[in-house]
Design a protein around this ligand. Structure first.
Ligand code: GLU
Ligand code: MG
Length: 426
């Protein structure tokens, strides 16, 4: 891209990117024509699902740059910015994820609270362009590894550099648990800014990997013999004077009442949240006890074996980490869902159970866990009025339609496991 060009991006309901490259002089034009709403309702085979886009005849929509999101593009030239989706007259499109999130944040702000989100992103660097090529071979793998030993190809260093060039403000980036896996922590910020940054970071990683002739994957469980890719979300809330309302120095655990209510809200909606936190068929290969992936509806004080973990730091860093989301979720929808469930807990002043302690995967203190399939998760989401109200009726219909289409495609697929297991003996 040239230095006088701008990449304008928007997100679909999968969290995947679409957009246009324009001359920078045109980046703030109110209209970027010839975008159809159809793209917001297309399944992964590019076939439309019933709902808002089909029902209204695939009209045009506009992608309008949110000027505050402009930042240097990775790759050394030009800029990149996030767009919200509107009708031609400027009214927000019901399928615009950024608008849904912004409108939900307004509900927190009406209570005098500004939710802050920090996103941790895990992914695998690959040995070749596709997941079938396996993870990048790393001769000297260490958890929290950096430098040549963690990635002799230099791709990881290039990703960190590009994220810095694009002012994404990573807190850190390192090799994660299994060889080839990486984690990047994006510093916390306002909820919409955090979702935008996570969305852009995933785009950046894919671009940089391709530039290096390989691929990367944020798939929930790309390799059966390796741990999955989480996208942990860290939530705190600041009052108008900037202080973190989740901290209470007078509480034995240093946690305020609103923090406890928010935790209880997250546990109350644990099953339905899973549809937005773990939105692919493959996600359910990650959600098992023993994989540190947020299976049980429990919480704990600095306990990574719980789903809702309150890390040890207090004061301004007091926060709730949700460990269930995986790398296939839309950052905008996952953040929206987490905020909606937490706010429900706060508004209803729900009390959480006692925190789980010790080996909280084996001894979770609850019988409730994430559903075992996307089919069940979508059914729970459909019945959850708090989450569907946050999405709005049109986005709910489209999301359920897209995901049920994905399940139909999976149901028609005969896998290698089936042919090798059943084909041999029957
Ligand atoms: N990779 C684990 C997951 O799937 C998380 C490991 C960790 O960072 O604690 O969420
Ligand atoms: Mg991690």
């Amino acid at each position: 891209m040239r230095s006088d060009q701008t990449r304008l991006l928007f997100t679909d309901a999968f969290g995947l990117s679409h957009g246009k490259t324009v001359q920078s002089a045109r980046a703030n034009d109110p209209t970027h024509y010839a975008l159809t709403v159809m793209v917001q309702g297309l399944d992964l085979q590019f076939i439309e699902v019933p709902g808002y886009s089909t029902d209204v005849g695939f009209p045009d929509m506009e992608a309008r740059l949110d000027p505050g999101t402009l930042r240097p593009a990775w790759g050394g030239a030009g800029e990149v910015g996030m767009c919200s989706l509107t009708h031609a007259d400027g009214r927000p499109l019901p399928l615009c994820l950024r608008t849904r999130l912004r409108e939900h944040v307004a509900r927190w702000r009406d209570l005098g609270l500004d939710p802050q989100i920090g996103v941790e992103m895990e992914f695998y660097l690959l040995a070749g362009p596709t997941v079938a090529d396996g993870p990048l071979p790393v001769p000297a793998h260490r958890v929290y590894g950096t430098g040549y030993g963690a990635d002799p190809s230099g791709l990881l260093d290039a990703i960190v550099q590009a994220a810095q060039d694009s002012e994404l403000d990573l807190e850190g980036c390192n090799a994660e648990f299994d060889p080839g896996q990486v984690e990047a922590a994006i510093s916390y910020r306002d909820a919409l800014g955090a979702a935008d940054a996570a969305f852009l970071f995933r785009e950046l990683v894919h671009d940089l990997a391709l530039e290096h002739g390989v691929g990367a994957t944020f798939m929930a469980r790309p390799f059966a013999d390796s741990i999955g890719n989480g996208m942990h979300l860290n939530l705190s809330a600041s009052a108008s004077d900037g202080h973190n309302v989740f901290h209470d120095p007078d509480d034995a655990d240093g946690l305020s009442q609103s923090c406890r209510w928010a935790i209880a809200g997250l546990l109350e909606h644990h099953g339905a949240l899973t549809a937005l936190f773990a939105p692919t068929v493959n996600s359910y290969k990650r959600l098992h006890p023993g994989l540190l992936s947020g299976y049980w509806a429990n919480w704990g004080l600095d306990n990574r074996l719980t789903s809702v973990r309150v890390p040890g730091q207090r004061g301004p860093a007091t926060r709730i980490e949700h460990r269930t989301p995986d790398g296939t979720s839309s950052a905008h929808l996952a953040v929206l869902a987490m905020l909606a469930a937490a706010l429900d807990g706060i508004e209803r002043e729900l009390a959480p159970p006692a925190p789980a302690t010790g080996d909280a995967e084996s001894d979770p203190g609850t019988a409730v866990h994430t559903p075992h399939s996307l089919v069940d998760a979508l059914d729970l989401l459909e019945k959850d009025s708090v989450l569907t109200e946050a999405l709005g009726p049109d986005l709910t219909t489209t999301f359920l339609g897209l995901k049920r289409r994905e399940i139909e495609a999976w149901d028609r697929t005969v896998t290698d496991w089936e042919t090798s297991t059943y084909g041999r003996v029957y």
